[in-house]
Design a protein around this ligand. Structure first.
Ligand code: MSP
Length: 642
């Protein structure tokens, strides 16, 4: 097993706050990355945000903001959710980041130059929601999208194409020679039959909207959002930049690279991405792990069904470990899992409160009670010890193996074998009986030591998902998190004293919690859309304070030579005179504008508008039909507006 590891999660599509379903990949990858770090592997975990495309452009428009402002807000929101969920990533890439934009442009030009991309024309059906083109035969009978069922749009335009068929045989060969390239097997078979059914060249540019990365040599085209998004995996490592050390380290030198993805985006990762890499002469050094979906009883979670659950709904009330635990335990590799509130509460109460929480708190309080909190030394054994010790060894080995294979659910179940066994061990050895007999002190010490060892081992094995709980448990044991590499029974505590145990989990009242969820869903149903738009538009007082507004007097004004909507004016702001271009010519003649005391945004980046430099912006009250300049009467030129 290689000592280096590159773990990537699909970059989250910036269409709003992440829901529980689309948080799954990020949490699962974080668990996997944490596990690999505990195996002493030099691990780089990449996550980020996918920010281009027509859907984002439309969302931003609906929210009344520019696409960049829209994605900036969503990125902030997503980062906050990941932080609250204890996601520990090494890099967060955004597809609007300049280094990524440059990389995509360079790659596109290179593929164009070497003939893998060519200019043609596209006419067909496009699903805005999935950002995907479909041929007629792929569509549902009623012409809707085969993936999401929404209506598709007919599009006809000049477009660039990537030659997929040229690489089909090589890709099939690679899949055949690398049985682990795509797991699970069922997904691999799906990919193989998709390729074998014949690959049409892929349309990789669009001209009907702007929010994307422009093709350098032909900027009226923007790069197809999936080509843009997939490239993130190497942009983040500095490929095509001045510093590609990370690329050499985490891609080229025999690394374990894992692209973890949901089953819905398999084709992009298993066909288009490897073909792009082949065309770029980059080795296919990665393994694809395709997981299933978290579903509700009514199918996929969705805002419109009113059944969307956000991670914040859960972690703000039950802590981040409860969400991480649920997601890690829920999905068998490759299959779908279920989320519903009853199940979440049940799992919390049974697994976390009853099984694990109780085991830990009983153990610590018994050591406190019977041994004044000093870890006792063992010099006697009982008939149940051997079985417990053997189980510890096998649970450690199996849990590690399951994690290695990304069988996260099995890893949790395996570790819980030990939790269950230890709870049974308490019943079998009955420490409260032993404690009443002075001659049984050695046996009692032995029991306590075995229980402490169990919780130390469980805290380590569960730490990839129970991040905060493990820290608390280990703190109570006066220990820090160690590696999993040498984890085994028999730790020498050197008679150290335990610390107080911080509070772990509270038993939940099922009725009360279900009422909480019901209220939550009801409160969201009708207003949700409106609320979301409002939220997108919200800014903090600090944000507002960034805008510098001053009073200015219009000295001169004339019509722009090449644009009949624009006036080019000289405006005096205190001691300074600035040239400002304003789109007001339909409403004000230059003569009417001159002499007005207007409000100017003075710290706006300079811009060139239709070939004329503009240094600032004049505030107006405007709607679709009317426009009026905002003016002041008495304030002097240069006065700040607050
Ligand atoms: N932006 C693309 C990925 C580009 S990667 C080069 C994307 N983003 S997404 O936000 O729509 O999805 C992110 C991840 O969440 C994907 O792996 C997707 O499969 C996963 N999920 C979305 N809904 C899900 C569930 N309900 N359950 C589990 N995972 C699902 O796709």
């Amino acid at each position: 097993m290689c000592k280096k590891c590159y773990v990537t999660t699909p970059i989250y599509y910036a269409s709003g706050t992440p829901q529980l379903g689309n948080s799954y990949s990020t949490v699962a990858c974080d668990v996997f990355a944490r596990f690999n770090r505990l195996m002493n592997r030099d691990t780089f975990y990449l996550t980020g945000m996918d920010e281009h495309g027509l859907k984002i452009e439309e969302k931003a428009e609906a929210a009344g903001v520019k696409p960049q402002a829209y994605v900036d807000k969503v990125a902030e929101e997503a980062k906050r959710v990941w932080k609250d969920l204890d996601i520990k990533y090494d890099h967060f890439i955004r597809t609007t980041d300049e280094y990524h934009v440059k990389n995509v442009q360079k790659i596109f030009e290179r593929l164009l130059k070497q003939g893998d991309i060519y200019l043609g024309s596209y006419s067909g059906s496009y699903c805005v929601s999935c950002e995907t083109f479909f041929t007629k035969t792929q569509l549902n009978e009623d012409g809707t999208c085969p993936d999401c069922g929404k209506p598709t749009k007919m599009v006809s335009e000049e477009a660039y194409f990537l030659k997929l068929s040229k690489y089909a045989d090589r890709l099939l060969e690679h899949i055949k020679n690398h049985p682990d390239f795509i797991v699970p097997e069922t997904r691999k078979n799906e990919v193989v039959s998709f390729i074998e059914s014949g690959l049409d060249d892929l349309c990789v540019s669009r001209t009907s909207f702007d929010w994307g990365i422009p093709v350098l040599s032909n900027p009226k085209h923007v790069v197809y959002v999936w080509i843009d998004a997939l490239t993130n995996y190497i942009s983040a490592l500095g490929y095509n930049s001045d510093n590609d050390e990370l690329f050499k380290k985490y891609w080229m030198s025999g690394v374990n690279t894992y692209h973890v993805i949901g089953k819905d985006i398999l084709r992009f990762h298993a066909v288009y991405w490897p073909i792009m890499l082949m065309a770029l002469d980059i080795p296919l050094n990665f393994k694809l792990i395709a997981h299933g979906w978290i579903l509700t009883r009514e199918g996929k979670m969705s805002k419109s069904k009113g059944n969307a659950v956000y991670p914040g709904d859960l972690y703000s009330r039950y802590g981040s470990d409860s969400v991480r635990y649920y997601l890690t335990k829920e999905l068998p590799l490759g299959n779908d899992g279920l989320f519903n509130e009853e199940r979440f509460i049940e799992r919390y109460n049974n697994d976390l409160v009853n099984d694990y929480g109780n085991l830990v708190s009983r153990t610590i309080s018994m050591v406190n009670k019977y041994f004044d909190g000093i870890v006792p030394t063992v010099y006697k054994t009982n008939q149940y010890d051997e079985e417990l010790e053997t189980l510890m060894a096998s649970v450690i080995k199996n849990t590690i193996n399951y994690f290695d294979e990304f069988k996260l659910q099995n890893a949790v179940i395996e570790t819980w074998e030990l939790v269950h066994r230890a709870n049974k061990y308490i019943d079998e050895t009955a420490p409260w009986v032993l404690s009443k007999d002075e001659n049984k002190i050695a046996e009692l010490a032995d029991v306590m030591y075995h229980l402490l060892e169990t919780i130390r081992i469980v805290a380590h094995l569960s730490s990839p998902y129970l991040v905060q709980t493990s820290t608390k448990v280990l703190k109570a044991l006066n220990l820090e998190l160690g590696t999993l590499v040498d984890l085994k029974y028999g730790f020498d505590y050197k008679q150290m004293k335990l610390n107080n145990l911080e509070h772990l989990f509270d038993r939940l009242d099922v009725k009360k919690e279900l009422a909480y969820f019901e209220e939550l869903h009801n409160s969201r149903k009708p207003k949700e859309q409106v609320e979301e738009v409002k939220k997108m538009n919200e800014i903090s007082i600090e944000d507002f304070a960034k805008v510098e507004l001053k009073v200015g007097v219009v000295l001169e004004s004339k019509k722009h030579e090449n644009a009949d909507k624009l006036l080019v004016s000289k405006i005096q702001i205190g001691d300074e005179v600035r040239q400002i271009v304003s789109g007001i010519a339909k409403f004000y003649s230059p003569e009417e504008f001159v002499g007005k005391k207007v409000i100017v945004v003075t710290n706006l980046k300079k811009a060139v508008i239709r070939g004329v430099e503009s240094n600032g912006m004049v505030l107006c009250a405007a709607d679709d039909k009317d426009l009026e300049i905002v003016t002041v009467n008495n304030a002097k030129s240069g006065t700040s507006v607050r």
